[in-house]
Write a protein that binds this ligand. Sequence first.
Ligand code: GLC
Length: 499
Amino acid sequence: MLYQVYPRSFLDTDGDGVGDLAGVRAKLPYLRWLGVDGVWLSPIYRSPMADFGYDVSDHCAIDPVFGDLPGFDRLLADAHAIGLRLLLDWVPNHTSDRHPWFVESRSSRDSPKRDWYFWRDGHDDGPPNNWRAAFGGQAWTWDESTRQWYLHLFLSQQPDLRWSEPDVVDAMHGVLRFWLDRGVDGFRADVVHLISKDEELPDQPPELADIDLVGVHDHPGAHPLLRNLRAVLDAYPGDRVMVGEVNLGSAARLAPYYGAGDELHMVFNFSLLWAPWDAAHWAGRIAESEAALAPSGAWPVWVLSNHDTPRHRTRYGSEARARVAATVLLTLRGTPFLYAGEELGLADAEVPDGVRVDPGGRDGCRAPFPWDDQAGHGWAGEPWLPWPPDPAVRNAGALAGDRRSILHLYRRLLACRRRSAALHSGTWERLDAPDGVLAYERRAGADVRRIWANFGDEAVAGDAGGDWVVEVAGSGRGEGDPWDGRLAATEALVVRPVG
Ligand code: GLC
């Protein structure tokens, strides 16, 4: 299980109100206690922070707000010393407009780095094509000094790199090597499906003309680039991994990004993150993923929350539902990613007008992580965003002291997953279940677990079909006891055969 830390929001140790690497380092023992195997850090590189670090101006330096390289090395060493892996966020599709590469590129039409980015003449006084940018507006910005347009699929401060330029490939491989040489265990590759583009930059068809490209762009040229990236990682000793963000929806469209086991090691599957609270819907998405990925041995990645989407506790509306969701997330076949704070059952913060800072409207899920019930909740300074709801009660210290808390449920689920071969590597098979219930079996040889998740608001009879013991209950009720075959309202159970 991997755990996403959004460093700005995890823990501030130097009093500037922004989380830092020393804060992550201080909390490694907590992550170990929880049962985390590895940490993905959202970007920590030098950045003007127009997109809070996803606009990188130096890929090989730590932004001073987070710390410095020696501090990073200390964090990495401490993580490794307690058996935690560390993945960095790698942002290959674009840089900051303040990156020296782009500064050079925009300096003149004859710049040796001009072709590192997409510079084009316009059409009839307008931009070169009809592409839309992810945070609104057109995907092109006019540069008055060289009198051409440049492409940006996100903010205008995030110009897109042109990966058909071999020097760009070399430079970005060099970035990976810089961090691999320091000992990182891999990368989460940001919107990596976008890196290849048709050099003709054709218009989007009229039916797609009003939406940005992120959810639809799927160019075959990405695959050779990904194979080359894989080769960079494979040249290193140990297990180095790349998990890609590919926002194409269905698992069938993600499967090609695994290649023949020679492209991305893993690809985020967001289909549950986008699914409504409905058992049949979830069953369908999971079955679809199994059908698309299992035959080729592609390893799924499940995620319910991240720094781009309202938290699932907020989307589903109650902690009881968040407990059911956690039970499913941590018992599916594949690697689950947790987003820091979901183990506390955090909801999004209310962020009033005037306090909002993110151009993509994502501040609520980026609220600071409350560590204890004191006034500053463990933070050295006043945080950059408001606290999530009820921090005096819903904080790591208080929940760690309450064995019935959602935090302890996550911990028990993770421990159960580690103990059971069926759960961490077994097959997945859907079971017949009453309406409103998602049920499946995990099996590895003789090791078997069944998961019964009641999404509904009424108690139901599951179908025990044999003698089962409750191993983990979302509500904590009856663990270790024989299962009576019933599910309370909004309750999920992990059961194992008696004996
Ligand atoms: C990814 C990141 C998001 C960022 C965008 C541009 O979707 O998760 O936070 O804004 O890429 O880099």
